[in-house]
Design a protein around this ligand. Structure first.
Ligand SMILES: *Cc1c(COP(=O)(O)O)cnc(C)c1O
Length: 371
């Protein structure tokens, strides 16, 4: 028997979340962002759930090949564009659309020999200060691209730094519009947070939204809003089983560094999941967890292969618990109760994105209960 830990990908939840995005932006096209191996879920595993998208956006050329290999003939966008000249050959061969965010990428295009002119997304740095042309250099970059025979249609994109928070997007919208207003072509501005929070504005919706975390059922603006507020469902469940229980007395401690001390008699369960599975070691006593679908808490430090959980709430509820009981680290328990990955991430001082992406190789993954 392998260890009892499993990650389950939920196709129906991916459908639901994509439908939620469409509801927010009914007149826009939707890129399903599947970078980082579909946020740790596995591109092949989410494909069925997300094939209703208008296109797939990602960064890695090998991942783009995988999407084509799945039979996808529609648009694929390389969000960071190409990294070296020969990447353009793959773009020509696979019909990949690519971002152009710097002069070096225009140089590569100008030197590229191709029969097939490329569709490109010219990126503006409207305030994020990672990738893109500064607003005052944007039109010159467009003019240069527009003059290249290697380039077909030019679209326009930028990326928001604060769509999930109080600063908002107005300052970046102003910068983008001032420089790009009258340039002809499609536009793509919004990530998940902007799609949910700011897309009442047609200029923000634009022609394409880039929906990442939202399709994986995590709230982009947690804790201001949670997943249920936005009508999102968890697309990944990380579950395991209890492999032991211990009976503690007042003064007994739990785990490395004796981080937790019982103040009275206490039954704890030992679950087969640790930081080597991708469960964050920063989660401390109090982090929520479900045992047999009943909400309880971690006690003591996360080990490499195990976590320890308080079984008091189950005993109080009269729920049978012991060796083999189901433990849900995030996602949905067998009884239907959900534990948001966002809550677990918050307990670890991070975001749901990081937990999904960090799911370890050693964890077996199944789609809808099928290996
Ligand atoms: C990752 C990424 C997105 C998706 O972001 P979410 O917050 O997950 O929706 C959108 N646009 C670009 C350029 C990205 O790199």
């Amino acid at each position: 028997m392998p260890r009892p830990i499993t990650a389950t990908i939920h196709t129906a939840a991916l459908h639901n979340n994509l439908a939620r995005v469409r509801q927010s932006v009914p007149d826009a096209k939707v890129w399903a962002v599947v970078k980082a191996n579909a946020y740790g879920h596995g591109i092949e595993r989410v494909f069925e759930g997300l094939r209703g998208a208008d296109g797939f956006a990602l960064l890695d050329l090998a991942e783009a090949e995988r999407v084509r290999h799945l039979g996808w003939r529609g648009p694929i966008l390389l969000l960071e564009g190409v990294f070296e000249p020969r990447d353009l050959e793959l773009c020509s061969r696979l019909g990949l659309w690519h971002a152009v965010h710097c002069d070096e990428q225009i140089d590569m295009l100008a030197a590229h020999k191709t029969q097939v002119p490329h569709r490109v997304f010219l990126k503006m740095n409207s305030g994020m200060n990672r990738l893109g042309f500064a607003p005052e250099r944007y039109r010159a970059a467009w003019a240069r691209l527009n003059a290249l025979p290697q380039v077909d249609e030019i679209s326009f994109m930028t990326h928001f730094s604060d769509a999930d928070g109080p600063r908002g997007i107005a300052h970046q919208m102003a910068a983008f519009n001032a420089a790009a207003q009258d340039l002809p072509g499609e536009r793509s501005l919004s990530n998940s947070a902007a799609t949910l929070r700011h897309a009442q504005d047609a200029g923000v919706r634009a022609d394409w939204v880039r929906a990442g975390i939202v399709v994986y059922g995590s709230a982009p603006d947690f804790p201001e809003h949670n997943a249920s507020h936005w009508g999102l469902q968890p697309t990944m469940t990380l579950s395991t089983r209890l492999i032991a229980t211990q009976q503690l007395q007042a003064g007994d401690t739990v785990g490395y560094g004796s981080r937790f001390t019982a103040d009275g008699p206490l039954t704890i369960g030992i679950a087969a999941c640790g930081y080597a599975d991708g469960y964050p070691r920063h989660c401390d006593t109090g982090t929520p967890v479900l045992v047999n679908g009943v909400r309880t808490r971690l006690v003591g430090r996360v080990s490499m292969d195990m976590v320890t959980v308080d079984l008091t709430p189950l005993q109080q509820a009269g729920v049978d618990v012991g060796f083999g009981s189901e433990v849900t680290l995030w996602g949905r328990a067998s009884n239907g109760v959900a534990l948001s990955i966002d809550e677990v991430a918050q307990a670890a001082g991070t975001v749901g994105y990081e937990l999904m992406c960090a799911l370890a190789q050693r964890v077996p993954v199944v789609v809808d209960g099928v290996a």
